[in-house]
Design a protein around this ligand. Structure first.
Ligand code: GLV
Length: 303
């Protein structure tokens, strides 16, 4: 089995000793491939255009947790997303930070601080701030448990409606009910045809007035014009976004200058080199053993 590694030189340099120690073959960059038939695994964010060049390709592995950037793969080629505790913990930490920042009025305090204004705002108990999380996979469940441990009443919405301890879970047809009881909405959904454009004016109008939004899903799920209108109407009071459409968000975009919005440049998680390499080694070993591929994506569902 041979891995074709298509990513940055810096990452490749970190991976090479890990692969050497594991006794697995790794080729860095398409230009270095002398025998395309030897390539069985491909690690990339987006694949090279002509995957037909690799007749024995078995698995494409996304360098991140998301796979929405992947084009349809040739029939018979499996797709795996990087599953690493570090990614999940980093996103959980970013979500906790964002929820706490919005809960404790940080957008207003940052704006005041910029002009040296000492003014206090009402602070609610965590128990009074109902959090709703869209996307209750590994990351959503982790964030939900952490937020619940801080005293926030937490609900989750997922397609499966699978129960999570300590969390009120709403099933696929109960989104409106979850929105109606949510003061602080967290989006962690994967980007699929169903979630693209989900957070539009109608959607935002279903939240209680003055709700806050934390977005670490994908930019294309949020209609930024609808967000601006909801902020102006007081329907949404503040938002913290790690993802935008497009990325990078243009310098002259209204959201950068709006004190009610805090933006980070898609940094909620970065894949740790060693963890990413360990995941791919596990995928290669599972392929060899004929066992289930870690991080296997249902390509029809898109996650
Ligand atoms: C980042 O968004 C990722 O998919 O890893």
């Amino acid at each position: 089995m041979t891995l074709l590694y298509v990513s940055t030189a810096e990452r490749a340099a970190a991976w090479q000793p890990i692969f050497a120690e594991a006794g697995e073959e790794m080729i860095v960059g398409e230009a270095a491939v002398t025998d395309p038939a030897a390539v069985t695994h491909l690690l990339c964010w987006t694949p090279p255009r002509d995957l037909g060049r690799y007749p024995n390709l078995k698995v494409v592995i996304s360098a991140g947790a998301g796979v929405d950037q992947m084009p349809p793969l040739p029939p018979g080629v499996a797709l795996s997303r990087t599953v690493a505790p570090g990614i999940e913990e980093m996103v959980r930490d970013w979500v906790l930070m964002a929820c706490l920042m919005l809960h404790r009025s940080m957008p207003a305090y940052l704006e005041q601080a910029a002009r040296g204004e000492w003014k206090t705002h009402h602070t609610q108990l965590a128990q009074g701030c109902r959090v709703g999380i869209m996307g209750m996979g590994r990351i959503g469940s982790l964030a939900a448990r952490s937020l619940a441990s801080l005293g926030f009443p937490v609900a989750g919405w997922s397609r499966s409606g699978r129960p999570v301890e300590g969390v009120e879970v709403f099933g696929s047809d109960q989104l409106d009910a979850m929105l109606a009881r949510t003061d602080l909405l967290v989006c962690l959904l994967p980007l699929t045809p169903e979630t693209r454009g989900l957070m539009n004016a109608d959607f935002l109008g279903k939240l209680p007035r003055g709700a806050r939004l934390v977005h670490a899903g994908r930019g294309a799920q949020l209609d930024m014009d609808a967000l601006k209108a909801a902020l102006d109407q007081g329907q949404i009071s503040a938002a913290m976004l790690d993802v935008t459409e497009p990325e990078p968000l243009p310098q002259d975009h209204w959201a950068w200058a709006d004190p009610r919005v805090i933006i980070t440049p898609h940094v909620a998680a970065v894949t740790d080199y060693a963890e990413g390499a360990r995941h791919v080694l596990e995928v290669i070993r599972a392929t060899r053993a004929g066992t289930e591929i870690p991080g296997l994506v249902d390509q029809a569902k898109g996650y």
